[in-house]
Ligand binder design. Structure first.
Ligand SMILES: [Zn+2]
Length: 337
C-alpha cells in the first residue's frame, strides 16, 4: 500500500496556497521531512483557483518549485490538485469570469455564478491548457483533478446560459429552461451535462499524456457520484481508463458508513486502476457534521480500508494528521510497499 497527504493552508500552514499564510521556507522543509519520516510517499498540494503558481511572500521564491525540490530530496512525489469547475467565491476564479463573463455558470434565475461552465469547449480547453502549462514547466509527478462536476447542492440546477440552452434546443428542439421534471427530454438534458464532464476528463487525459507521458493522472471523486445536479460519472472514467488512479473521499467518524463506502468504491473500480481512499482525521470546512478522529479511530479506518482492498490511503489534510502521526506512522511503515 502507498500513503500520501493533501496539503492546504491553515494556521499551521504547510503550503502557501491562497496567500493567507505564507510559510517560511525552513518551516516548509521541516514539515516535509516529518511527512517523509512518517512513511508518506506523496503530497497533494492544493493549487490556486486560477490554476497559477504563487511566489512565497517571504523570499519571492517559486512556491511549487521549492516544494518539488524538497519533496524529491525526501523521496516523495508531488501531485498538485486543482479545483476544476467548482469553487467557493474566490477572487481568483472570479477574475477569470470577469475576463470572460460568458464562461460563468448560469442558474435558473439567470444569475452568473463564480463557477466555470463545463458545457463550453473553450472553457474546458482553457483549464486544460493552464494546468498542463504547469506540467510542462515543473517536475511534478502527477496531477489530481478535484471538483470535476456540476455543483447541484450549493447553487441549484445549472447551467442555463444562452449557449447551453441554444445547443440543447438545436439538438432536441426544446429550451431546457422549459423542461419540467417529468419531461422525457429531462434525461437527455441530464445526459448532456454528464457528457460535458466526461468529455473534460477524456480530453484532459489524452492531452496530458501528449505533454508528458510519465505524468500520473488522478481524480478526487464523491461518494454520490453521478447524481442529479452533480453529473460526476466517475465509473465511466475508470472503465475507459482515463485516469491512472482514483481517489475517493469519505469524511466520517461512522465506521459502518466508512466500511460500506470503501467496499462499494473497491467493487466499482474492480482493480482496473489503483483505488485510494481518503481518510479525513477531522471534519472539513465544507462538511456540516463536525467530528475529530482519535489516533485509534484513524488506525481503525486504515484497517477497514485495507480489508476492503484499497491500494492506498491519502490523508486530508496534513494539519489534521500531524498531531496523530506518531501513533499511525508505525502502521504506515509496516504496510508500505
Ligand atoms: Zn452554460
Amino acid at each position: 500500500m502507498r500513503f500520501g497527504v493533501f496539503l492546504y493552508s491553515s494556521s499551521s500552514c504547510e503550503w502557501p496556497i491562497l496567500g493567507w499564510q505564507w510559510t517560511p521556507e525552513r518551516r516548509m522543509a521541516s514539515e516535509l521531512k516529518k511527512m517523509a519520516e512518517g512513511g508518506l510517499k506523496f503530497v497533494i498540494p492544493l493549487m490556486p483557483f486560477d490554476f497559477r503558481v504563487r511566489k512565497l511572500e517571504t523570499t519571492g521564491a517559486d512556491a511549487l518549485k521549492l516544494l518539488i525540490s524538497k519533496c524529491h530530496e525526501y523521496q516523495m512525489e508531488v501531485h498538485p490538485t486543482f479545483c476544476v469547475f467548482f469553487n467557493e467565491e474566490r477572487a481568483e476564479i472570479s477574475s477569470i469570469i470577469q475576463e470572460h463573463p460568458d464562461w460563468g455558470i448560469v442558474n435558473r434565475r439567470r444569475e452568473i455564478l463564480p463557477l466555470l461552465d463545463p458545457g463550453k469547449p473553450e472553457v474546458r480547453d482553457f483549464i486544460i491548457d493552464r494546468i498542463l502549462g504547469i506540467a510542462r514547466r515543473y517536475d511534478i509527478d502527477g496531477i489530481l483533478l478535484d471538483f470535476i462536476r456540476y455543483q447541484g447542492d450549493a447553487v441549484g440546477d445549472v447551467c442555463y446560459c444562452k449557449r447551453c440552452r441554444d445547443d440543447f434546443k438545436e439538438a432536441y428542439g426544446k429550451d431546457p429552461l422549459e423542461l419540467s421534471e417529468d419531461d422525457p427530454l429531462m434525461e437527455k438534458w441530464d445526459d448532456t451535462r454528464r457528457q460535458n464532464i466526461n468529455t473534460f476528463v477524456q480530453s484532459f487525459y489524452d492531452k496530458s499524456k501528449k505533454v508528458r507521458n510519465d505524468l500520473s493522472l488522478s481524480a478526487y471523486v464523491w461518494a454520490r457520484g453521478d447524481t442529479k445536479g452533480v453529473y460526476q460519472d466517475w465509473p465511466v472514467w475508470v472503465e475507459r481508463k482515463k485516469l491512472d488512479w482514483i481517489s475517493h473521499g469519505c469524511y466520517t467518524d461512522d465506521m459502518t458508513h466508512f466500511a460500506n463506502t470503501c467496499r462499494r468504491f473497491v467493487s466499482t473500480v474492480k482493480n482496473k486502476i489503483p483505488a485510494y481512499i481518503v481518510i479525513c482525521p477531522k471534519s472539513s470546512l465544507v462538511n456540516p457534521d463536525k467530528y475529530e478522529l482519535t489516533a485509534d479511530q484513524i488506525v481503525k479506518q486504515m484497517q477497514i480500508a485495507k480489508e476492503a482492498g484499497v491500494d492506498g490511503i491519502t490523508f486530508c489534510y496534513w494539519y489534521n494528521l500531524r498531531p496523530k502521526l506518531a501513533d499511525v506512522s508505525k502502521i504506515i511503515h509496516q504496510w508500505s510497499s
